[in-house]
Design a protein around this ligand. Structure first.
Ligand code: DX5
Ligand code: ZN
Length: 219
């Protein structure tokens, strides 16, 4: 079953509650919270994303799919675990050692939250193979992390295919999320490559009819 995770990154503050309501009505599965610390990526939206996550927790029952594009992973995990997110995802490019990676995974799992591990476009799936049995989801970035509204990088879907082949051959039950540049065309390509969770931001928020846009991605 294909799930859609709506990125709130490009939602204007003045329209936020209206957009959250419209997205929930359009039956997205999660709200994708893109936390950027200004260090791992250039932009810093820490306060705004916390504000959006708190608002969503108050007005919606949909799960938070939190994407940490941050260096100080441990502090952000502590902060977001208080909101009981559905999924908490960190970037493998940040952790540095197997020991730190496994400690982060354990910390998130001990709170009963699903763990995601993210790889940027230039990162090979070899980097995350040691952790696939330990996590619930791989987030394959299909754009360079840091902003919404970018074009999907086609080569990243080759990585999705490699990853899907590997997890199937090794009987690893794991979700594969593709994040960045998803629209009605690229959604099909990402699903064919093996993804089952699609993050969409600009395509949904800028669509005339969000309900239709969500259905087009899920098909
Ligand atoms: C980029 C974020 C993505 C992005 C998705 O760093 O991780 O979630 O905002 O937005 P669109 O769908 O507009 O590419
Ligand atoms: Zn994201």
């Amino acid at each position: 079953m294909i799930e859609v995770s709506a990125s709130v990154l490009n939602i204007e503050k003045d329209n936020a509650t209206r957009d959250f309501y419209n997205l929930e009505t359009a039956k997205v599965n999660y709200f994708h919270i893109d936390v950027m610390d200004g260090k791992f990526v250039e932009n810093n939206n820490v306060e705004l994303m916390k504000d959006y996550a708190l608002t969503i927790k108050h007005i919606s029952n949909l799960g938070l799919d939190v994407h940490l594009m941050v260096e100080d992973i441990e502090n952000f995990i502590d902060e977001y675990l208080m909101l009981s997110p559905e999924i908490l995802t960190f970037h493998i490019e940040v952790t540095g050692t197997e020991e730190r990676t496994k400690k982060i995974i354990r910390t998130i799992k001990n709170e009963g939250t699903r763990v995601g591990i993210a790889i940027s476009p230039d990162t090979s799936i070899e980097e995350i193979k040691p952790y696939l049995e330990l996590v619930h989801m791989v987030l394959v970035m299909s754009v360079v992390p840091g902003k919404g509204g970018q074009k999907l990088i086609p080569e990243t879907l080759e990585k999705v295919k490699q990853l899907k082949k590997y997890v199937d051959e090794n009987n690893i039950d794991i979700d594969i999320e593709v994040d960045g540049g998803i629209n009605d065309i690229t959604a099909k390509e990402a699903i064919e490559a093996g993804s089952n969770i699609l993050v969409a931001g600009k395509y949904l928020i800028s669509s005339e009819n969000i309900n239709e846009a969500v259905q087009k991605i899920k098909m």
